[in-house]
Design a protein around this ligand. Structure first.
Ligand SMILES: Cc1cc2nc3c(=O)[nH]c(=O)nc-3n(C[C@H](O)[C@H](O)[C@H](O)COP(=O)(O)O)c2cc1C
Length: 243
């Protein structure tokens, strides 16, 4: 019943669409400001992009499937670099505009991406935040997660996700969309996570990785780990990745 109430509330409230002045000159400066989360005091892992990998989009769409078991073969920095860049990265800067690999309602870019690295990558295990502008990772915590800690992040039924080398966690900073679109901004933020998620799944498949989304995040646990309050910024999507 709870879900039905939420979906009614969600669909009704997101039908409201603020009437914008058509002339952009009348827009508040806020609507043209793109916010990025960064961690200036934290160490970085910088990626360099080597030659662009090649793949056939239509074959990838046929090949992609949810993969829930992962080997011990390490995931390289090159693979991580391409995966992040072609899914959530800034891929061009035409006229000073930071164009991303994914569309964004009103160019508000509400989604932030984190990695929880559990095992078998060329990164140290721990928690990272992806900075799309500098194509680098902020190292938030170098840490070997023990099973009890993973149990606080993912539901028991998705045990395979706790065994994955890493988890991609997408959060939404809802206010970035809602300060322009009101309640509809919630819808836009969720849609954007879906766009980025599909990029991850297809780019990951192209790189020979194995991926599966999990709806089984224990949001309070993940939000505690990320040190976010769940409202100004909250977990919306997660994908387990391995080889
Ligand atoms: C939003 C979302 C949440 C999902 N959550 C889970 C999950 O918690 N556990 C799981 O085993 N699979 C999960 N999946 C994967 C689906 O089960 C899978 O996509 C579906 O069965 C179709 O299979 P395919 O991806 O191989 O085409 C999720 C997929 C999406 C899009």
């Amino acid at each position: 019943m709870k879900n039905i109430n939420f979906s009614k509330l969600f669909t009704r409230s997101s039908k409201e669409f603020a009437l914008f002045p058509l002339d952009k000159a009348g827009w508040p400066e806020e609507w043209g400001t793109v916010y990025y989360k960064d961690y200036p005091r934290m160490p970085k892992v910088s990626f360099s992009q080597d030659e662009k990998p090649r793949a056939d989009l239509f074959s990838l769409i046929e090949e992609r499937k949810s993969q829930r078991n992962f080997s011990k073969e390490p995931i390289t920095l090159r693979e991580l670099s391409h995966l992040l860049y072609y899914s959530a990265g800034v891929i061009a800067t035409p006229d000073g505009y930071y164009k991303r690999a994914h569309p964004s309602g009103g160019g508000r870019y509400p989604i932030e991406t984190y990695l929880i690295v559990n095992r078998d990558t060329e990164l140290k295990n721990g928690l990272y935040h992806y900075n799309p502008k500098s194509h680098s990772l902020d190292v938030l915590w170098e840490h070997d997660f023990i099973r009890e800690e993973m149990d606080a992040l993912i539901v028991a039924g998705d045990g395979w996700a706790k065994e994955a080398p890493f988890l991609i966690i997408m959060t939404a900073t809802f206010w970035r969309s809602q300060n322009k679109y009101g309640e509809r901004g919630l819808r836009f933020a969720l849609l954007e996570a879906g766009h980025i998620g599909q990029n991850f799944l297809l780019a990951g498949t192209a790189l020979g990785l194995r991926l599966c989304p999990t709806g089984g995040t224990l949001d309070y646990g993940v939000e505690k780990l990320l040190d976010i309050d769940g409202q100004t910024e909250g977990v919306v999507y997660a994908i387990a990745v391995g080889k």
